[in-house]
Ligand binder design. Structure first.
Ligand SMILES: O=c1ccn([C@@H]2O[C@H](COP(=O)(O)O)[C@@H](O)[C@H]2O)c(=O)[nH]1
Length: 238
């Protein structure tokens, strides 16, 4: 499975990214490129990171009409990232269109990126979901509903919080990926995240990959902080 931690490279420039990556010398990482970095640096940043041998989750969370998502994914497939994503709220037709686009954009002999869908953002609380999205079921039920829809659409997994991962694994199987942001060490500030969990909670819940941003990138010693997350994960014997 490789590294259980995906580092969110939420930086505004290539210089900041390279300074950050240089702290890890030759260590191969699994990193996430999100909107902040991609909108500033464009596709070239993907080539720069890939050149250094890191795995990439391109986290652009596509959510648009099926035809637009299909065409966008066709283009993104050419960047040869390992993982891309959409919002499950875009619906089954949109998610299936995303896969079609990825298939069309992947050349023979290349591996199609895995595609996952965001269920409910980890910055959303149950109260907020009910009030602002007018979804009146418990948040866990909404997440499971989106996860089922995602699987039916043929995608490889979901973005959810660690609190929903065990339920999703139980219902949808061990091969269906759960990628969980909102990961914090006990002493870390939650910031804008509402559904947070520690690495050991995530491991016990059967999470596939933990996404960690600020706890590592804003730390005085990012390499040491990264190691703390890895060690906390590895310290849990299942
Ligand atoms: O539901 C979601 C989906 C994506 N994210 C992204 O993960 C990181 C988390 O960063 P932290 O600094 O560790 O909070 C960030 O890039 C988000 O865009 C998410 O948090 N929740």
């Amino acid at each position: 499975m490789g590294k259980p931690v995906i580092i969110a490279l939420d930086f505004a420039s290539k210089d900041e990214v390279l300074t950050f990556l240089n702290r890890f010398s030759n260590e191969q990482l699994f990193v996430k490129v999100g909107m902040e970095l991609f909108y500033q640096e464009g596709p070239a940043i993907i080539h720069d990171i890939k050149e250094r041998g890191h795995q990439i989750f391109l986290d652009l969370k596509l959510h648009d009409i099926p035809n637009t998502v299909k065409s966008a994914m066709k283009g993104l497939a050419k960047l040869q990232c390992d993982l891309v994503n959409v919002h499950a709220a875009g619906g089954q037709e949109m998610m299936m269109a995303a896969l079609e686009g990825l298939d069309q954009g992947t050349s023979a002999g290349q591996r199609r990126p895995l595609c996952i869908a965001v269920t409910q953002l980890t910055s959303t609380s149950e109260e907020q979901m009910k009030k602002e999205q007018l979804i009146q079921v418990p948040l866990k039920e909404s997440v499971l509903h989106y996860a089922k829809l995602t699987k039916q659409s043929g995608l490889n997994g979901v973005v959810c919080s660690s609190h929903e991962a065990a339920m999703i694994r139980e219902v949808l199987g061990n091969d269906f990926l759960t990628v969980t942001p909102g990961i914090r060490l006990k002493e870390d500030a939650a910031g804008d995240q509402k559904r947070v969990a520690t690495p050991d909670f995530a491991k016990k819940a059967g999470v596939s990959y933990m996404v960690v941003g600020r706890s590592i990138t804003k730390s005085e010693n990012p390499h040491e902080s990264y190691q703390k997350f890895i060690q906390a994960w590895e310290g849990v014997q299942l």
